[in-house]
Each structure stands twice: as structure tokens, then as C-alpha cells.
Write a protein that binds this ligand. Structure first.
Ligand code: ATP
Length: 438
């Protein structure tokens, strides 16, 4: 884990937040490569779960919502951790994480467990009183439920259909840690998939299994090693207050198997809580007067696949991190799926002190960048060092402009994983790379 965190810091993926002031526990900043990696993950998620489907509607709701949302959803009451406080050192611990009745830090006696709400509180407007209390959302899900009716009115979707959202969520975690695994500000990618009230258990279980299959497919697409993913049925006592069935997908992190993402059957808990229902499609054309007359009223049930972006990033870094030997030299390599790699191609002049090589290489760089925006320029150190640097950040292709380029307009293209180099005509190069990124 230290190796991954150190690589992430050194190469500009992840930095501690407000580091020059000593940082802030549970908060992290993403550097240039981290942002690209995150954006690639989010873009691919949106493509897989939203754009390529007909039954999915994207939304982006606000982070701060009317407090009544959290009252209705049960978060004000239920979104709490059971904590015990040490009478001596005053530190608080999650009861489910400690093994004895003594403080794990100083051995002092612990208080009886008490509920501690993990939502961040703030005030909206100039007056700080009870009427202006607001919360930073602890999940993106509620932003979709409260827009349920708006989507129905604007799009008249047929059942089943889903809402999807990517956005920040905040939780005042008691024990943030394990790098970016458990943090206090993070991003979620969630889907609320609405189905007709199931007539029997089989009906919702089928949809649940379908979504479990979609999650497996997506994790496979990202390139995770199969042996590092574990599916776990969450027992009733560990399930969230709204869930009738939850399957978590755990990843084999360097610190142990922990939740990566999950799938929950939220029943009709949320829509009911917000007093929302759905008018069954009428036989009349949408927009007509008759259309507005409901044939029957139903409250849909919900299946929810949910993902944390930072956890996926940590798992991806961990899964793709490798140390091997190439040309009798040790190297670190991130074997990231090329689609996710923050830099797709790096362009080098063989020698940085030969103006004719640099000029040609700049031409190639500018041309490539137009076609493949995530292209980088590197002319620092010798060619071996540049390869090592690009391997460390997972760049799938390195393009070198040498003296032969000046004669026959070809360059060498080097593959990250095998180290193999091929000569290829400059005019064919971007197509060659794009083909491998498809
Ligand atoms: P945990 O048991 O690890 O606290 P959870 O069961 O509370 O997680 P959910 O409420 O199901 O998590 O949240 C959905 C997803 O959001 C999780 O699968 C995870 O990827 C992500 N997530 C939740 N809490 C955090 C956090 N503190 N830091 C980073 N990601 C998080």
C-alpha cells in the first residue's frame, strides 16, 4: 500500500488535501494524472450504464438539499455509527470495529455506545438557527428520488427505467484511512432502477441478478483480475435501514478484502418515504388530456447499483501495479486498461539536443494531440528513463522520433506491457493507437 500511495504522490495522481498546512484527515486532492484517470472512469461508467442504454436518464442534483429530504429518507435518524468514547483519552471508536470493552489506543474504559450522525451539518443563508440547518448529502441516491416526478413529467418513461447520477457525497467518517479507501469527501456513481411492484420474490430477484451481472461485466471491462473480486451477501443486521437484500462486491485491497461497490434492493422505501408514486401508462397518447388520467397508481420498487469513484481508483492502482524486469533493469509498471490510462501516448525526440529531431517530434506531438488529446511530450533524461517514467503512470504507447524518421517518415512505437518496438509510418500511427483504444 505504501508503494501505491507513494507512486500516486510522486507521479501526480493523489496528494493529501491542504498539505502545506498539515493536511486534513479524510480529504485528498487529485493531481493532473489522477483527474484524468478519474474522468476516464466516470466517462466509461456513463457510457456503459447510461448512454448505451435506452432506459436510463441522467441527472445532476444539488449537494445541499432541503433538510426534509434527509428526514424523510431516514438519514437524520438512521445514518449513524454506534460509537463508544474512551473516558481517558476521549477518542471515539466504532463499536463494530473494536474487539474489547477497553480503548484500543490507551486501554482506558469506554462509555456505553452512542449514535453519532455522520452527515456534515451547515447553515444556509445569513441566519444560523434551527430553521437554516442543512446537510451535505451523504449519498447521491436521494437527489434522484426527489427528481423522480420531474423525469416522469418530462419524459414519460415506460417501466422499468433508471435514473443515474455521478457526484460528490460527504460522510463525517469516524475512522477515515487506508489512503483513499475511506474518506470524508468522495464521489459516487449510482443508479436507481425502478421496477413495477413485484408480485413475488422471483420478480425482483431476477432484476437484482441482472444488475449483478452488469456490475460483473463493468468490473471485467475495467480490467480487474477475477481473483481479486469477491461477492458477499450482506446479512440482515449489517444491511442499511432501507435494504431488503444487499450484495457487496469486495476487492482484495492491500489491507484486506473490503467493499468496492454494492447492489441493494431498496424496495419502495424511498419513494414511499417521499410520498411519490407513479401513474401507470395509459393507452392514450402522451400530451393528450386523457393521458393525464391515471389508470392505476403504483409505487415502484428500486434496485440500486452503487460505486465509489475513489475506491475504484485505489483498486485499479492496486490491481495494475506491477514490478518486473525489462532489459535487465527493474521497473514499476501500471498495467492499466489503455482506455483508462491518464496518458495514452507519449512522444519523444530520441535526443533532446538535436534541433532537427526536436522539430520533427514537436510536429508529430501536435498532430497526435489533436487526434488523441491525452498525449504527452517528454524530452527529459535519456530514452530509458522516459520509458520508465511512462511505464510508472501506465502510458500504453511511447512514440520515438529518431534519425530514420527524418528520412522515411516512420517512428518507433513501443508497447508498455511487452516493451516491443515496431516501426510504423507516421500517417498510420494515430489510427493504430485509436484501434487499440477502442
Ligand atoms: P462502508 O461499509 O465501507 O462504510 P457503505 O456500505 O457505507 O461503505 P454505501 O453506503 O453502500 O457504503 O456507499 C456506496 C459506495 O460508496 C460504496 O460501495 C463505496 O464505494 C463508496 N463509499 C462509501 N463510503 C465511502 C467513503 N467513506 N470513502 C470512499 N468511498 C465510500
Amino acid at each position: 500500500m505504501e508503494k501505491i500511495a507513494s507512486l500516486a504522490k510522486r507521479r501526480g495522481f493523489v496528494y493529501p488535501s491542504s498539505e502545506i498546512y498539515g493536511g486534513l484527515a479524510g480529504f485528498w486532492d487529485f493531481g493532473p494524472l489522477g483527474v484524468e484517470l478519474k474522468n476516464n472512469v466516470k466517462k466509461e461508467w456513463w457510457r456503459f450504464f447510461v448512454s448505451e442504454r435506452e432506459d436510463m436518464f441522467g441527472v445532476e442534483s444539488s449537494i445541499i438539499m432541503n433538510s426534509k429530504v434527509w428526514e424523510a429518507s431516514g438519514h437524520l435518524k438512521g445514518f449513524a455509527d454506534l460509537l463508544a468514547e474512551c473516558k481517558k483519552c476521549k477518542k471515539r471508536f466504532r463499536v463494530d470495529e473494536i474487539k474489547s470493552k477497553k480503548c484500543p489506543e490507551c486501554g482506558g474504559a469506554l462509555t456505553e455506545p452512542r449514535n453519532f450522525n455522520t452527515m456534515f451539518k451547515t447553515f444556509v443563508g445569513a441566519v444560523e438557527d434551527n430553521s437554516s440547518i442543512a446537510y451535505l448529502r451523504p449519498e447521491t441516491a436521494q437527489g434522484m428520488f426527489v427528481n423522480f416526478k420531474n423525469i416522469i413529467d418530462s419524459f414519460h418513461p415506460k417501466m422499468p427505467f433508471g435514473l443515474a447520477q455521478i457526484g460528490k457525497a460527504f460522510r463525517n467518517e469516524i475512522t477515515p484511512g487506508n489512503f483513499i479507501f475511506r474518506i470524508r469527501e468522495f464521489e459516487q456513481m449510482e443508479i436507481e432502477y425502478f421496477i413495477r411492484p413485484p408480485k413475488n420474490e422471483k420478480e425482483w430477484r431476477e432484476v437484482f441478478d441482472y444488475w449483478l451481472g452488469q456490475i460483473r461485466k463493468w468490473l471485467e471491462f475495467l480490467g480487474f483480475k477475477k481473483e481479486n473480486i469477491f461477492e458477499r451477501e450482506v446479512s440482515e443486521k449489517d444491511r442499511a435501514h432501507y435494504s431488503q437484500r444487499t450484495t457487496d462486491l469486495d476487492y482484495n485491497f492491500p489491507f484486506g478484502k473490503e467493499e468496492l461497490c454494492g447492489l441493494a434492493y431498496r424496495t419502495d422505501f424511498d419513494l414511499k418515504a417521499h410520498g411519490l408514486d407513479y401513474y401507470l401508462e395509459t393507452p392514450f397518447p402522451s400530451g393528450s388530456e386523457a393521458y393525464k388520467t391515471p389508470v392505476a397508481k403504483i409505487i415502484p420498487h428500486v434496485i440500486e447499483p452503487t460505486f465509489g469513484v475513489e475506491r475504484l481508483i485505489l483498486a485499479l492502482l492496486s490491481d495494475s501495479y506491477d514490478e518486473d524486469e525489462m532489459n535487465n533493469e527493474k521497473r514499476i509498471v501500471l498495467r492499466l486498461n489503455p482506455k483508462l490510462a491518464p496518458v495514452k501516448a507519449a512522444v519523444f525526440p530520441l535526443l533532446a539536443n538535436k534541433p532537427e529531431l526536436v522539430k520533427k517530434a514537436r510536429e508529430v506531438f501536435e498532430m497526435t494531440k489533436k487526434e488523441i488529446p491525452q498525449t504527452a511530450w517528454d524530452d527529459i533524461g535519456n530514452i530509458g528513463k522516459r520509458y520508465r517514467r511512462q511505464d510508472e503512470i501506465g502510458t500504453p504507447f511511447c512514440l520515438t522520433i529518431d534519425f530514420q524518421t527524418l528520412e522515411d517518415s516512420t517512428l518507433t512505437i513501443r508497447d508498455r506491457d511487452s516493451g516491443q518496438q515496431e516501426r510504423i509510418a507516421i500517417v498510420k500511427m494515430t489510427e493504430y493507437i485509436k484501434e487499440r483504444l477502442r
